[in-house]
Design a protein around this ligand. Structure first.
Ligand SMILES: CC(C)(COP(=O)(O)OP(=O)(O)OC[C@H]1O[C@@H](n2cnc3c(N)ncnc32)[C@H](O)[C@@H]1OP(=O)(O)O)[C@@H](O)C(=O)NCCC(=O)NCCS
Length: 188
């Protein structure tokens, strides 16, 4: 059985960032990016107001790590652990074997390679958890995000055609990138 985020030691440090699990005191900083509609053009949800965000924060805290740069809130790394697909007879062995990564960087901190630093750390975390596979997905228009996936050496594994419905009512292509932790270990 792979480890969970709770089994790892916190905080973690990258070259510039300190990462840890969310605390209630992070709510105002998180709302700065969650409440910004322009920032969330390609993300899963735009909250209608702070109350809706607060109601959802507990659920997201299980997977969304906060990142600080010199004490200033700089972004979020999602590390969502899931069961891998399996045939029914081996479903126990597939439990928790997949990590989905996601990232968002505060507007002031964008364009300095921080998402790339977060994504690299996400791969390191998944390796340390001992999961089998890591994935990340985005709308094809979110080139900044899929460039991050490429920069950290994830492989483009699917390009789906107009399968994702945007909140503006239009259908868009989606990309999924992946890496196996056995590949990450072989690289390092
Ligand atoms: C996507 C996001 C996390 C990237 O954060 P970031 O810290 O600026 O990313 P990085 O600096 O690590 O890398 C961005 C890369 O894309 C490049 N880039 C910037 N704008 C671009 C554009 N319009 N088209 C293509 N590439 C672009 C940058 O030059 C950089 O590449 P480089 O390292 O070769 O210079 C940030 O824009 C964000 O938070 N967006 C809103 C939330 C979001 O969309 N999250 C992803 C959901 S899947």
């Amino acid at each position: 059985m792979p480890k969970t985020l709770d089994d790892l030691a916190w905080p973690r440090h990258t070259e510039r960032l300190t990462l840890r699990k969310q605390e209630p005191a992070d709510a105002d900083a998180l709302w700065e990016i969650e409440g910004d509609a322009a920032q969330n053009r390609w993300t899963t949800r735009v909250y209608e107001d702070r109350a809706a965000f607060d109601a959802d924060r507990g659920a997201r805290a299980a997977s969304d790590l906060v990142a600080y740069w010199d004490g200033r809130f700089a972004g979020v790394l999602m590390v969502a652990q899931k069961d891998a697909w399996s045939q029914a007879e081996v479903s126990e062995q597939a439990k928790g074997q997949l990590v989905e990564l996601g990232w968002r960087v505060a507007t002031w901190a964008q364009g300095r390679g921080l998402a790339t630093e977060l994504a690299r750390e996400g791969l390191a975390i998944a390796s340390e958890m001992g999961v089998h596979r890591v994935e990340a997905s985005c709308f094809i228009e979110n080139a900044v995000s899929w460039r991050v996936m490429e920069k950290v050496g994830m492989r483009r594994e699917s390009h789906t055609v107009k399968e994702s419905l945007h909140r503006d009512g239009t259908w868009h292509d989606g990309l999924t990138y992946a890496a196996l932790t056995e590949e990450l270990r072989a690289r390092s």
